[in-house]
Ligand binder design. Structure first.
Ligand code: G4F
Length: 329
């Protein structure tokens, strides 16, 4: 009897929050998982990206980067994936002026290189691009859906919107199954500490343990639609398994302020946040006239997806994890 071949998935950005959860999910459902990691992860023997510590031994690793388009093309040709999940790229919305060319060029040329290689070598491969609510930017309405006009307000948002159009173009012109998830903020214990959720949960934990006295933040009236990262991985997976290639908004539909976040995080450790939070202009960003809140009814209706974890549980889980991490350190 011939064993049936495993489906092969290729993930860029695998060492990040989303990539690492996706790698675990795909392994758990029987995929052969190939990951593109930046060269520096291969330079020191035994160095394992922390987010991949659970799945690392089961992954096939390839050194590559968005800037090395020939390298990306070669990886696609070697792996011949059934599914390609393109999650790599700059993820912080505030891009320093000097880095604008790199952020824009890497996302555009990296997305194009992957799709061009798919078209040439493995046209049946399904392609997913991690888009962002920042593609929509200055929204004319709230909540925003797949039909909301896009007017990015950052180079980051503009680069994601360009990637979205490259994927759409390859779908319409070449018949590639290429889709973009318009992802709103999604958090977990693996979130980077530069993002406001983790900055606050880590800060609350450090203050509770007496390791830190204050926490400096920007605009605490800013509103975001915060969901749970593993839920968003489920949405991404469903999009790639769909009957037809379609782009979807992935969001909870509920907006909260950074103040709400402070209440839950500091409440988890029984501390009054007002006694510790300092507002610093350097972290300030303009507030959107219309808040970025997503309308995910299309993916709920068409793919049966739902957000499962309430905001307060996500933040409590992050605070508890940060307490444990700091106690171990
Ligand atoms: O956590 P943030 O830095 O996330 P942001 O900018 O919304 O971007 C995240 O979500 C996007 C999807 O919607 C992704 F595309 C993107 O890659 C990333 O994952 O900031 C959230 C809010 C902002 O309104 C910011 O002004 O928190 C506000 N904020 C207030 N004080 C702060 C701070 N943000 C940060 N990072 N640090 C502060 O001290």
């Amino acid at each position: 009897m011939v064993a049936s071949a495993k489906r092969k998935a290729l993930i860029t950005g695998a060492s990040g929050q989303d990539g690492s959860y996706l790698a675990e999910k795909l392994l758990s459902v029987g995929y052969e998982v190939h990951c593109v990691l930046r060269n520096h992860w291969f330079e020191t023997e035994g160095l394992v990206p922390p987010n991949l510590s659970i799945s690392y031994d089961h992954l096939h690793l390839h050194a590559g980067s968005l800037e090395n388009v020939l390298g990306l093309s070669r990886i696609v040709r070697e792996v011949m994936p059934d599914e390609c999940y393109h999650l790599a790229g700059y993820s912080f919305v505030e891009v320093p002026f000097e880095e604008e060319p790199t952020v824009l060029a890497s996302l555009v040329s990296g997305t194009h290189a992957l799709l061009a290689a798919i078209r040439e070598f493995v046209p049946e491969c399904r392609f997913f691009l991690a888009g962002s609510s920042e593609m929509i930017g200055a929204a004319p309405e709230s909540p925003q859906s797949e039909t909301t006009a896009c007017r990015p307000r950052s180079i980051y948002g503009l680069s994601k919107l360009s990637g979205f159009h490259i994927a759409r173009f390859y779908r319409e012109k070449y018949g590639i199954y290429a889709v973009t998830g318009i992802l709103y903020n999604h958090e977990s214990v693996r979130r980077g500490t530069q993002f406001v959720t983790r900055k606050i949960t880590q800060g609350a934990a450090a203050i509770k343990l007496g390791r830190q006295k204050s926490l400096s933040l920007g605009n605490i009236d800013a509103v975001r639609d915060w969901g749970y990262a593993p839920d968003y991985i489920d949405a991404i997976y469903r999009m790639v398994q769909g009957d037809e290639p379609k782009d979807f908004v992935i969001a909870t539909g509920v907006g909260r302020t950074v103040r709400d976040l402070l209440e839950v995080a500091f409440g988890t450790v029984g501390i009054n946040w007002q006694d510790h939070v300092v507002i610093e202009p350097k972290f300030y960003r303009e507030i959107e006239a219309v808040p970025l809140i997503g309308d995910a009814r299309a993916i709920e209706l068409e793919l049966g997806w739902n957000a499962t974890k309430p905001f307060s549980e996500i933040i409590e889980e992050m605070v508890v994890s940060d307490l444990q991490l700091l106690q171990k350190a």
